[in-house]
Design a protein around this ligand. Structure first.
Ligand code: DLL
Length: 433
């Protein structure tokens, strides 16, 4: 089934809609956001100069830092009286990236999430167990509203409490699991303890997974562990949250809801737009957002686009699963972490130096993060009480400011290997496995 007939529209028609919406968005941001007016004026470009979709390459990029510089609502184009929802992600200086939605933005979000569910074959007969975190993260509420829109019963379980979640999934007869892939595997591993035939106790038929990069091998593992179809969803809060793209039953490539989000692939080093099919950084322009329209947003995510027809009948362009990031952002159990954010927390903690290393690894199917930090010379290394306090302070700040649950390992001064060139701050063992 197809949720909205625009998903199958002819390319010329999609392009017409995109151009009209783009021109409207440009008028809005130029008139209502001093940030964009200044950027456009600097390169002497006016919204009316954009006469075709190809002209979009003349426009400046927007980056995560621009949102942070205008914390919290500086890039909103509507008064707060029109904002009905705010979400955010963690930020370098303790200040998060804040995004807002008007009623019409919420309608768009529900609409694209309804497409995500429909693409996976989910409908009013289904029971969706939602294991994405509820709160400032867009995962929980994004999947929640979309399920209601298609009429499915939603179980707002949120993250954590593995055993209890399994009990609810079993007792309520969930047919769909929405969660990060790593949490889905963790659930399966715990469920397996009740016996090898555990799958018979559950009614799951498919899962809607996303929020973190995973290898094809891991996707297969999730599918096999639960005996379900693996569907992937991609998205980011700056653009809307989950719902930017997702895959249908016929292919692993993800259809982009390009009537709302205009995609380009650029060379991350030069910023040049790359020809169709080439691998580069995904850049997205929102076409219908009201509270926070964004022009040419540098997602940092590396992928490629495929305009060939899909067996499902949808004509929406498809993107490959994300193969990496153009910056050093780590994704730990769905939470985004930049080494610079960790560094900021360390810099504000007593008793430690800025010589540190972040080690990301897997424990079972979940990500685990260890932060190794050198204590400073003032700390007496056999004063257990003092060491415990430093460790506790640091762990507490990491959780409070960055929402990450990390194990802190304090090491003696000058024991972390120094590099002659760029410091090696991150060791991602997950990539090696
Ligand atoms: O992670 C939104 C989301 C929630 C997507 C639930 C899918 C499911 P942010 O917290 O803003 O939003 O993080 C966005 O997460 O730039 C990617 O690097 C990464 N990401 C999201 N989906 C995928 C995916 C949500 N399917 C950042 N594959 C993005 C790989 C993903 N990476």
């Amino acid at each position: 089934m197809i949720w909205n007939k625009i998903e199958t529209a002819k390319r010329e028609d999609i392009k017409k809609v995109q151009l009209l919406r783009l021109q409207d968005t440009l008028q809005r941001v130029y008139a209502l956001t001093p940030f964009y007016k200044k950027k456009f004026d600097e390169i002497k470009i006016l919204p009316n100069d954009i006469k075709s979709l190809n002209d979009i390459s003349k426009l400046p990029f927007t980056r995560k830092q621009d949102l942070r510089n205008h914390y919290p609502f500086g890039l909103f184009t509507v008064p707060l009286s029109q904002v009905v929802r705010v979400h955010s992600s963690s930020g370098t200086t303790g200040k998060p990236t804040v995004v807002g939605y008007t009623k019409s933005d919420m309608d768009v979000w529900d609409e694209v999430m309804a497409r995500v569910y429909t693409m996976a074959g989910v409908n009013a007969n289904d029971i969706v167990h939602n294991g994405y975190g509820y709160g400032l993260f867009t995962g929980g509420l994004g999947f929640h509203n979309g399920a209601e829109k298609v009429g499915a019963a939603i179980i707002p379980a949120s993250g954590g409490f593995t055993e209890r979640q399994l009990m609810l999934m079993r007792d309520f007869g969930a047919t769909v699991l929405a969660s990060t892939p790593s949490f889905a595997l963790h659930l399966a591993e715990v469920a397996k303890k009740s016996g090898s035939n555990f799958k018979d106790e559950y009614k799951l038929k498919c899962g809607l997974f996303g929020a973190e990069p995973v290898s094809d091998g891991l996707k297969d593992e999730v599918s096999k562990a639960w005996g379900i179809d693996y569907h992937e969803t991609y998205g980011l809060s700056e653009i809307i949250g989950p719902g930017v793209s997702s895959n249908c039953k016929y292919s692993k490539l993800l259809h982009i809801n390009e009537d709302h989000f205009y995609p380009e692939i650029i060379d991350p080093k030069t910023g040049e737009v790359l020809p169709e099919g080439e691998v580069g950084e995904l850049v997205i322009t929102t076409l219908t957002k009201q509270a926070l329209p964004i022009i040419r947003y540098r997602t940092g995510d590396i992928t490629s686009l495929d305009y060939s027809p899909c067996k499902c009948g949808r004509t929406l362009v498809r993107m490959k699963s994300i193969i990496g990031r153009s910056d050093d952002m780590l994704i730990v159990n769905g939470v985004n972490v930049y080494p610079s954010q960790v560094e900021h927390v360390i810099a504000n903690t007593e008793g430690v130096t800025l010589n540190y290393q972040i080690v990301a690894d897997k424990k079972g199917f979940l990500d685990k993060l260890e932060i190794q930090v050198e204590i400073n010379d003032k700390v007496i290394s056999d004063n257990i009480k003092e060491l415990e306090k430093i460790k506790k302070d640091l762990q507490h700040s990491l959780l409070n400011h960055l929402y990450i649950n990390a194990n802190v390992k304090l090491v003696e001064p000058r024991t972390i290997e120094r590099s002659m060139g760029k410091a090696i701050r991150v060791i991602d063992k997950r990539k090696e496995s």
